[in-house]
Design a protein around this ligand. Sequence first.
Ligand code: FUB
Length: 321
Amino acid sequence: MKFLRNSLLLWLLLTGISYGQNPFVTHMYTADPSARVFNDTLYVYPSHDPDKAVWFDMVDWHVFSTTDMKNWTDHGSAIHIDEVKWATKYAWAPDCIEVNDKYYFYFPTDQFHIGVAVGDKPTGPFKDPLGKPLISMDTEGVVCNRDFIDPGVFIDDDGLAYLYMGQLVVNAVKLNDDMISYDGKVHLLEGTDDFFEAAWMHKYQGKYYLSYVGTSGEIKYCMSDNPLGPFEYKGVILEKMNSGTNHHSIVEYKGNWYMFYHNSDLYYTNHPDKEEKFGWGHPESPHTYRRSICVDRLFYNEDGTIKQVIPTKQGVEKLSD
Ligand code: FUB
């Protein structure tokens, strides 16, 4: 193992290629990275796991950006759960999209509600214009008997916007032009085999790819000719990580495709002697609540299916600005 690592380092030295590293945010714990490109800059909207977390009790959302995939800027807290009057706790996995120079930040709270906040810049600050959730677990048409979380937004080439969310069943709505309301109908997507959470929609060569975390922690995907399905299951994109949970995004930036995801490597680096006596979800297994975000390259096969992503420590190659 040591030999392999040293050979890799030597190779990097000789070729002069410069890489980022995984995890790429190391001054705080982060999870659930939703990556978006706005005006040639890549932004990441993650959850912020507290330093001493023993549960998913996150309270604010930071925004990060890069123009070269190696140097990242932390823009600080863009919105805090206390600024959302109707929410009490759990600032979990968010997403963000731009429409007409406004930035719409979708976020879950309380394992029950999905809200939307609006900003003039991709880095926020974001403000809640509704004063109430956009949609909740008890909204008519929603099917969810676990956590109603993980909003993922998608804008199609025809300008129609969709929001995907939920656990165990993928619930989806068509957003109205104002991006802070929807047309009233909730769609339950079919063909999303073994869906657990973290729905992410992207489009490639005219096909719709819905990727998500399966019940065993791997990231899987299915494909369709329609953003609301029905979908056909295609396979695993990323094996299960040491964090128990995972949550990802897939994005094209400067001609490359990337997959963002999380693991618990930073926790283990910070606690080299820590033995985990208990399994996932146990309060004495803090690694599951102190996660860190990573990025690796994603490649397609010629038929449009996705090759399995290889998680690396060295991360991705530095791009020119
Ligand atoms: O970060 C809290 C929850 O863990 C997210 O909402 C899920 O996707 C999982 O990553």
